[in-house]
Ligand binder design. Structure first.
Ligand code: PLP
Length: 464
């Protein structure tokens, strides 16, 4: 079957999409006019994204107005290309960079490609769920003291699970050490449109912020923005780097979708109020869950704030895994964003109807009634990681049994996608805990990926 036919068939099944893209296929609300007959290239009168001075510049300028930034750039290759371009523009080969260990794999790719000298910030990990909590500003200060002259600090806020960090305090510390702060806000483009949402990084002192519009707002997949938020950043360097990492044939359909999205959020604040109210309804209905649990800020010990539009349903006190919950929800025609051993993640957006959100809540209640309380999974351990990132050194490598790789230096990245946060980074020592963790994930049905080998059988390591 052709992909197009598969997509049409799936559409006809009317699943409730509790996942990205944030437009939720809600053509009733957004219209339905992105078709072939609008797809063009840089013909006369349609500007050029990499040297914009007319209609495309107007969209970027509007993005800058909507988000109140110094300058904004449209991205049609997702936040991934904004992360690569941003880190490229703000560093030189061999520079010191400090990154949160729970960053997306694009940050690690940038470190390796640009041969940066990286140190990590370790968020505390919630023992019961394995979820990373906030980055502590004191840890940022310690890291900057230990790495004098570091150019750039990169943190993710909100995370895939909606955990926010205190960007105001982190920015103060970073600027005290004359470094720059780049916030990966891929999951936070919606935060600016309702006072009940957490405050976004643009308003908290970050220098550079990347957002995936497609994840939480009505925009087609791949639509994203890169915002310059302070005078410390040279916009020429950013646009130069974007011309390296962003396609030279940007889709006019995607750029038009970015514009539509910006106009939508500019004109429809009331719809975000409605989402906020509907979420209160969702949380009220799911308050009666006995075995499943909706993750809240009180469940964390070290979280600064959480984004309530991300719904994390914990299964760790019940007799099912997150993967089994996702499958039960699928039987109720509800598809979530991600499932893992201990929980599922659902993404809500301004395009979710009240009915869809409530049918998700009611399905959880119905499933919950048939479950039992029990902890079938052992507690997640805080995986020990080495502090230095020697990924760019040229090692000889050899492949060995993964089960026997304790103490070796990994030559591969190991992760589950989504969310694509590596739990073994190239250049790190492989610990006993991480080996056990990978086997446990596999036992629970998770597809653990690595760069070259077939896990959990083999892994490439540094040949000493
Ligand atoms: C935290 C985070 N940053 C960056 C990205 C990359 O975003 P995109 O898919 O828009 O390239 C993702 C993707 O899932 C992500 O979760």
């Amino acid at each position: 079957m052709l992909l197009k036919d598969k997509l049409i068939k799936y559409k006809k099944q009317n699943f409730v999409p509790m996942h990205m893209p944030g437009h939720k296929r809600n053509t009733k609300l957004l219209g339905n006019d992105f078709l072939y007959d609008l797809d063009i290239t840089e013909i006369e009168g349609f500007d050029n994204l990499h040297d914009a001075n007319s209609c495309l510049k107007q969209i970027s300028d509007f993005a800058s107005k909507v988000y109140n930034t110094k300058k904004s750039f449209m991205l049609v290759n997702g936040s991934t290309c904004g992360i690569l371009a941003g880190i490229h523009a703000l560093t030189k080969c061999g520079d010191k960079i400090i990154v949160a260990r729970n960053c997306h794999k694009s940050v690690y790719n940038a470190i390796e490609l640009f041969q940066l000298n990286c140190s990590y910030l370790y968020p505390k990990i919630d023992e019961k769920t394995g979820i990373c909590e906030s980055i502590n500003p004191k840890d940022v200060e310690e890291a900057l003291k230990k790495n004098m002259g570091a150019k750039l600090v990169v943190v993710t806020s909100p995370t895939y699970e909606g955990v926010m960090s205190d960007i105001i305090e982190i920015a103060k510390v970073v600027h005290k050490f004359n470094a720059l702060l780049f916030v990966d806000e891929a999951h936070g483009a919606h935060l600016y449109f309702n006072e009940n949402f957490c405050t976004g990084a643009i308003n908290c002192g970050a220098d550079l912020v990347v957002q995936s519009l497609h994840k939480t707002l009505p925009a087609l997949t791949q639509c994203a923005l890169l915002h310059i938020c302070s005078e410390r950043i040279d916009d020429k360097k950013i646009s130069n780097s974007l011309s390296v990492f962003e396609t030279s044939s940007p889709s006019y359909i995607l750029m038009s979708s970015i514009e539509e999205c910006l106009h939508f959020v500019f004109k429809n604040r009331s719809k975000f109020n409605q989402l906020s109210k509907n979420l209160v309804g969702f949380y009220n209905i799911t308050d009666k869950l006995k075995n499943l649990k909706i993750l809240k800020i009180e469940d964390f010990k070290h979280a600064y704030a959480v984004d309530k539009t991300k719904i994390v349903v914990l299964t760790n006190q019940s007799n099912i895994t997150g993967i089994e919950l996702a499958s039960l929800l699928r039987k109720n025609k509800i598809e979530v964003e991600m499932s893992c051993a201990n929980y599922v993640v659902a993404i809500t957006s301004v395009c979710d109807s009240k009915e869809n959100l409530f049918s998700f809540a009611n399905a959880l209640v119905k499933i919950d009634e048939k479950l039992k309380k029990s902890a079938i999974l052992k507690k997640f351990k805080n995986i020990k990681l080495i502090a230095k990132h020697p990924a760019f050194e040229d090692y000889e490598k050899k492949q060995i049994e993964f089960a026997n790789s304790e103490g070796e230096i990994s030559e591969e990245y190991v992760y589950v996608y989504p969310p694509g946060i590596p739990f073994i980074v190239k250049g790190e020592e492989i610990s006993k805990e991480v080996i056990e963790y990978v086997f446990e994930l596999r036992k629970n049905g998770l597809d653990v990926k690595s760069t070259f080998s077939d896990l959990p059988d083999k892994i490439y390591i540094k040949n000493p």
